[in-house]
Design a protein around this ligand. Structure first.
Ligand code: FES
Length: 423
């Protein structure tokens, strides 16, 4: 095969003429992120995560064959941000509740989130309500997690060559459907293959969903092995500023209190911490009112009722820096599952039709002393200005305090993969 010369981000590269760019780049030590691309399938070009520039023109890299003299851009700030934006759009377009997903740790989209350093999305979550199809014999298809990459459509076929998955509808309503008759012909191995090639948790095999324990999953240690620096890793010069005690306040809104429990997980580190910070209003101290202005406010949980809104506004008023801690604070998290269901149905299910309701129960609590429930769960930045986000469910204790100490004292720090990875 004829060898050609081309450039990636100014670096001279060689490859076989007409070789796929993703593979050619890999051979020359450049990793181009992909989601729908699957080596032995014709490039699908559906996700656009691999977007590069070829001689100044934006194109999906996986659909490109290399040729003599090509000038490819991959890791420019513009393209890094563009890829991140595409991925953020995928996260907000579906319902990706990673902490409760069976594929967590084995999910390519989640891993790409880590690689690109997504801590929050710049677009609002749509909270769509899509079908979970459990009718097939071996598999479950969760449309909330499907990114329509088309891998399953192209790859999964019965022994007699029939497709099992197909696209139905158009535009926003496009969905992957299952041909039940063909699906019933799949062997256990073929069904598992369908689950594995799905880059998210949209295809699961019944009874196999938690097959891989932590430590054995595909992306448990991937950052170390890929040696991919995290975009968010920041190095700051150590300063010799004298440490005077700083004031920290914390609050738990619509969440499970897990982030506060995580803060306490620093264990003996708390002794070091109280040398440099003192707590003001916080459930950790049981101080109910602000007695002084605080340097940092840490907010766990989002806003599901009027009381949450009031507390959050009060924190904004009394804290110099306000930080959303954990997924519920950043975008609603698990409580926001209710955003996919009309409020009335949700209350009915909770108070009237629930399995623990009394027979003939007809009352939905609505006393004037109770905070009014909001139409949906809001992320904190939708209510007040939030200065920083610490992602995770819950974030690791050391990570929370390292970030806080860095902000207060500008100490040198870096985020390790195990600190940043939450699943
Ligand atoms: Fe190229 Fe999806 S990986 S378009």
């Amino acid at each position: 095969m004829k060898k050609i010369k081309f450039r990636i981000d100014g670096k001279d590269c060689t490859a076989s003429k007409d070789q796929n760019l993703i593979e050619a780049a890999e051979q020359n030590g450049v990793s181009i992120p992909t989601l729908c691309y699957f080596k032995h399938l014709n490039p699908l070009g559906s996700c656009r995560i691999c977007t590069v520039k070829n001689n100044g023109r934006t194109i999906a890299g996986c659909t490109l064959k290399v040729d003599e003299g090509m000038d490819i851009e991959v890791n420019t700030p513009e393209l890094l941000d563009l890829r991140k934006a595409i991925l953020e759009m995928m996260f907000v377009e579906g319902n990706h509740f990673c902490p409760s997903c069976e594929k967590s740790g084995d999910c390519q989209m989640q891993n790409l989130g880590y690689q690109t350093g997504i801590t929050h999305t710049r677009f609002p979550h749509l909270f769509v309500d899509r079908t979970i199809d459990a009718i097939p014999e071996r598999i479950v298809v969760n449309q909330n997690r499907c990114i329509k990459c088309k891998r399953c459509i192209e790859e999964i076929k019965t022994d007699d060559g029939h497709r099992v998955f197909n696209l139905t509808n158009r535009g926003n309503h496009t969905a992957v459907s299952v041909d039940y008759k063909q699906e019933a012909k799949l062997s256990e191995k073929q069904a598992e293959h369908a689950m594995q090639i799905c880059p998210t948790g949209a295809i699961l095999v019944k009874g196999k969903t938690f097959g891989k324990p932590f430590g054995d999953r595909q992306f448990d240690y991937s950052r170390e092995s890929e040696n991919m620096p995290l975009e968010d890793i920041k190095k700051h010069k150590s300063t010799n500023k004298k440490k005077t005690k700083k004031r920290v306040a914390t609050a738990s809104l619509a969440g499970c209190f897990g982030c506060h429990m995580s803060m306490l997980d620093v264990d003996l580190g708390l002794l070091d911490l109280i040398d440099v910070v003192e707590f003001n209003k916080s459930p950790l101290t049981d101080i109910k009112e602000f007695s002084e202005r605080c340097d940092i406010g840490l907010i766990e949980g989002g806003c599901c009722n009027t009381d949450n809104i009031e507390v959050l506004r009060e924190f904004r008023k009394h804290c110099d820096i306000l930080i959303s801690v954990g997924e519920c604070a950043i975008w609603g998290g698990v409580p926001a599952i209710r955003n996919t269901v009309p409020l009335e149905d949700c209350l009915k299910e909770s108070y009237i039709d629930s399995i623990t309701s009394e027979a003939n129960e007809t009352i939905i609590p609505n006393h004037e002393d109770l905070p009014k429930i909001l139409d949906k769960v809001y992320a904190n930045h939708e209510v007040v200005k939030i200065d920083y986000h610490i992602p995770g469910c819950p974030p690791n204790a050391n990570h929370i305090w390292n970030v806080v100490k860095n902000m207060l004292f500008e100490e040198e720090y870096s985020i390790t993969y195990s600190e940043f990875k939450y699943d």
